[in-house]
Design a protein around this ligand. Structure first.
Ligand SMILES: Cc1ncc(COP(=O)(O)O)c(C=O)c1O
Length: 387
């Protein structure tokens, strides 16, 4: 291959430096390490909301809790159905199922890997209480089509924006799209404190309800242990928020770099026989690129897995794509649709294929040099020729 795996010196992830160190000291020296009485979480929420064009943001413990809390304030509970893409990380469905709702998986688009609005329309019914598009790898789902069909039915959208910090759709930031959005700050995400999450809200009413519920139903001024609503403890701590403020400052520059690198890498990947890079809906006018994704249609799951092993041996941070959620036993342990795996598989052919043929590279590859995009493509081309 002419180059050693070690020659791939992509930037490390997470990125951090004096800004994060100083932030942690600032939080430490406050002497208040939880959000009540501290200022880091409050300030982070304002900065995060502002960056995403949302009126309000609430910081929480992780992205899974962000989804669960958001669904709860949207009125999801036992007897509800929540429509989710079949091709996603399992938290999208687990959040609904933890509330006693049925998660209904529907198919995704074969090119963008985002929820297919036609499949959503076919699955909507009287019990549908929310539709959850996932902005897969930073590609925003078709919000125009989804907004139209949910508005007609009076059903709220919850954007799973775990991959979409800083994304834009037709000039609008995620928080300007008028619906609730949930984010993750887990270690691999586009900004991180190891763990963490946030929810952005279009109205004060939803934010207030979420605030109470994320703090055991207790108003911040309560001294008499009177709990206004049901809830749990999903509060973010001051240390995480301080680090996330520094991470937010890095985000725009990192997105600019990835936005420059991906078109080059995608065009190189498209030239490799048997490789199809993730497509981009041009209405997604800023894509933060949480993953560099591509498909190897027709290779089959075993050979796809072997290909990923080869890429790792060659020094690339490569991974197999998500497994369609209904193909994990855990999906069936909670409230699931009254259908068999085979029934769902039949109506989700693209999610089935993506389970077998999708591959992704960590987003730190897209923070590499232009030359590294050529090197990545060369390694994939050589590995494909032998796959
Ligand atoms: C699409 C999607 N939604 C939700 C989550 C859950 O986020 P967290 O790991 O912070 O709970 C993740 C990822 O980890 C994800 O990929």
């Amino acid at each position: 291959m002419g180059r050693s795996p070690q020659s791939f010196e992509f930037p490390a992830w997470p990125q951090y430096g004096d800004a994060e160190r100083m932030a942690l000291h600032r939080a430490l020296d406050q002497g208040q390490w939880w959000r009540i009485g501290g200022s880091e979480v409050d300030t982070f929420e304002e900065e995060f909301a502002d960056y995403h064009g949302a009126p309000y943001a609430l910081a929480v413990t992780n992205g899974t809790h962000a989804l669960e809390l958001a669904l709860q304030v949207l009125g999801v509970g036992p007897g509800s159905e929540v429509i989710v893409p079949a091709f996603t990380f399992i938290s999208s469905s687990q959040a609904a199922q933890r509330l006693g709702a049925v998660a209904v998986p529907v198919d995704v688009d074969a090119e963008t890997y985002c929820i297919d609005p036609a499949a959503v329309a076919a699955a909507m019914g009287p019990r549908t209480k929310a539709v959850m598009p996932v902005h897969m790898a930073g590609q925003v789902a078709d919000m125009d089509a989804l907004e139209k069909l949910t508005a007609d039915a009076g059903v709220p959208i919850l954007q799973d924006a775990a991959h979409a910090h800083g994304a834009r759709w037709q000039g609008k930031k995620v928080g300007e799209l008028g619906s609730v959005a949930a984010f993750s700050f887990q270690n691999g995400k586009l900004m991180t404190a190891g763990e963490g999450g946030a929810v952005t809200f279009p109205t004060r009413e939803l934010y207030d309800s979420a605030f109470l519920r994320h703090s055991c139903g207790r108003p911040p001024t309560d001294r008499k242990y009177f709990h206004n609503t049901s809830g749990s403890n999903f509060r973010m701590n001051e240390f995480s928020a301080s680090v996330l403020r520094a991470q937010l400052d890095r985000l725009a520059g990192q997105i600019d770099t990835r936005e420059e690198r991906w078109p080059l890498l995608a065009s190189l990947l498209a030239e490799i026989p048997g490789v199809v890079p993730q497509g981009r809906d041009e209405r997604n006018d800023r894509n933060p690129h949480y993953m560099a994704m591509f498909r190897v249609p027709g290779l089959g799951e075993e050979r796809r897995n072997a290909l990923v092993d080869t890429l790792i041996e060659q020094g690339l941070p490569a991974f197999v794509g998500f497994r369609a959620i209904y193909r994990s036993d855990g999906f069936w342990e909670s409230s699931a649709p009254d259908e068999s795996v085979e029934d769902i598989a039949r109506r989700c052919p693209n999610s089935e294929a993506l389970t077998r043929d999708s591959v992704w590279l960590h987003h730190r590859t897209l923070l590499g040099t232009e030359q590294q995009m050529h090197d990545i493509a060369a390694v994939i081309a050589e590995s494909m020729a032998k796959a």
